[in-house]
Design a protein around this ligand. Structure first.
Ligand code: PLP
Length: 191
């Protein structure tokens, strides 16, 4: 009825609500959780063949989105909660030339991202949180995206909140990253 079938007021309303729920400044709606991860990596400047650390236990998209964005996944071992181990990630940051890290919060459980993000930032390595299974989750009162560059949600029908079809969202407190994601989701256009 508004005549807007793409990026219209309904999408804006959804983004405002997602930003509020996730306690982040900006939210960008995209086609899927997989798109959210790939677009976020491109927005953060992942280069062709760049190495990105990711967990070895997740839905396939945590790793395939890295390949979609032109990168190479470097797999991390997990702990007894099925999450990436903080020590393993910190250790890899010292030993391996990474461009980025994807921290995957599985089954609503969150990784403690603070120390990893601090060290990654000092080395110029980006951190994206794959929060496809963690909408509404908090660690020590903080939501996904608090310490990292961006967090990605999925609205696949099997997730915490399901769309009628596929859906995804990127949330961030960094305005530059938000603008780049907005542009990348629609062929370089901002409007
Ligand atoms: C579902 C899921 C994705 C991908 O989301 P889609 O919306 O299906 O593309 C990525 N990571 C994890 C951990 C997931 O569970």
């Amino acid at each position: 009825s508004s005549g807007k079938v793409l990026q219209g007021p309904d999408v804006q309303n959804f983004e405002t609500r997602l930003a509020n729920i996730s306690e982040m400044k900006s939210a960008i709606a995209v086609g899927s959780g997989t798109d959210a991860l790939s677009i976020a990596m491109k927005a953060l400047g992942l280069s062709n063949g760049g190495h990105v650390a990711v967990t070895s236990l997740s839905f396939v998209a945590s790793a395939s989105s890295i390949v979609n964005a032109g990168g190479v996944p470097i797999f991390l071992d997990i702990d007894h909660h099925y999450l990436s181990k903080t020590e393993t990630v910190l250790d890899l940051l010292d030993k391996h030339p990474l461009e980025g890290i994807i921290l995957v919060h599985l089954y609503g459980q969150m990784i403690d991202t603070e120390a990893i993000c601090r060290k990654a930032k000092s080395k110029g390595v980006f951190v994206i949180e794959d929060a496809a299974q963690a909408l509404g989750a908090k660690h020590k009162g903080k939501t996904p995206g608090t310490y990292s560059d961006a967090a990605c949600y999925s609205f696949d029908p099997t997730k915490v909140v399901g769309a009628y079809g596929s859906g995804g969202g990127i949330v961030t407190n960094n305005e530059q990253i938000a603008l780049r994601c907005q542009s990348l989701r629609y062929h370089g256009q901002s409007q």
